[in-house]
Design a protein around this ligand. Structure first.
Ligand code: ATR
Length: 300
């Protein structure tokens, strides 16, 4: 595949003198990542260009290879290519291995390095919104890639308890096994239940300080929890976080109805982008970029 057939303002030859980056996903036209990185580069006076790539399904590796061979410096990876990106990388960071997925690629001396900044982005967004994870009772809804990607960074903040609730139990049980050692290290109780367990009267399953929706239910305008379960898990002191952004989801509406504070996932998107930017351009730019200002701009 030639780069021209997949180029959406990302052919490094079109931007002489600039380092070129891109976000790869399918679909990708809606992505806010180019706007976010443009603001970071302006804030920190970096001469760079950030475009989009839309590999055909099954062609991530070919597209990524073309991009890096043509001189591309780094790539963000989104749905549905995070597993392909993990396979594509020559070297993985420990957190990318634990997450089972890669959202940030960079090239150094011809080697591709894969990292995952999603979980760190979530933790920083929660902290910026005044949410304390240490000692909290957390309910994580979903056991797919999005849930796995944030589990490590959440456990590293030493919550009191982290319950994974999924529609079907095998995937949630698998995650508990995979992360049990980390949970022990950080003195967190880690357990799994099914979504229907949340409808029962078991007091250990209600209410929660922090409820995170990492399921794909929001995409089809559904909530993963029933109204009965919602009446157990949310109280006015709860904080409900949906990783989806750009709308008040059915899950957020249930939480609002019970007086809980809510947030969509736009802050997580900006914060994970900030970490990717610093990986590429240098951690010393930490003080030059202002993710919360970029988030306000996106919201206004
Ligand atoms: P992602 O990478 O976005 O996490 P995924 O790996 O396909 O995508 O996982 C999707 C998650 O959303 C799973 O936890 C899935 O539940 P199952 O494992 O039982 O399939 C969950 N999910 C998707 N649609 C849902 C719905 N309508 N209600 C509840 N959970 C849903």
């Amino acid at each position: 595949m030639s780069l021209s057939s997949i180029d959406l303002h990302t052919d490094p030859a079109q931007f002489p003198g600039m380092d070129v980056y891109a976000v790869a996903g399918n679909p990708i036209s809606h992505s806010k990542s180019p706007a976010i990185h443009k603001r970071f580069s302006e804030q920190s006076n970096q001469s760079m260009h950030y475009g989009r790539l839309q590999p055909a399904l099954g062609e991530f590796a070919a597209t990524a290879k073309s991009f890096f061979v043509a001189g591309g410096k780094g790539m963000n990876v989104t749905i549905p290519f995070k597993l392909d990106a993990q396979e594509f990388a020559d070297v993985l960071t420990a957190r990318a291995q634990l997450a089972g997925a890669v959202n940030t690629l960079r090239i150094e001396n011809g080697k591709i390095f894969g990292d995952n900044t999603d979980g760190a982005g979530l933790v920083r967004d929660l902290s910026a919104q005044g949410i304390k994870i240490q000692g909290a009772r957390i309910l994580l809804l979903g056991a797919g890639g999005a849930a796995r990607g944030v589990l490590g960074p959440l456990l590293e903040q030493s919550p009191k308890e982290l319950i994974i609730a999924n529609r079907s139990s095998p995937k949630a049980d698998e995650l508990v096994q995979l992360f049990s050692e980390l949970a022990t290290t950080y003195q967190a109780v880690l357990a799994s239940v099914t979504l229907s367990d949340l409808e029962g009267s078991d007091k250990t399953l209600s209410p929660f300080d922090l409820i995170i929706n990492a399921t794909a239910a929001g995409l089809s305008n559904e909530s993963p929890v029933s109204d009965i379960a919602a009446s157990h898990i949310f109280i006015p002191q709860s904080f409900a976080y949906d990783m989806v952004y750009g709308k008040v989801t059915a899950f957020m509406q249930q939480a609002l109805h019970r007086g809980s504070r809510v947030s969509d996932g736009l802050g997580m998107l900006v914060e994970q982008a900030a970490d990717a930017f610093l990986i590429w351009r240098g951690a010393h730019l930490n003080k030059s970029i202002d993710p919360r200002a970029v988030l306000s701009e996106l919201r206004s």
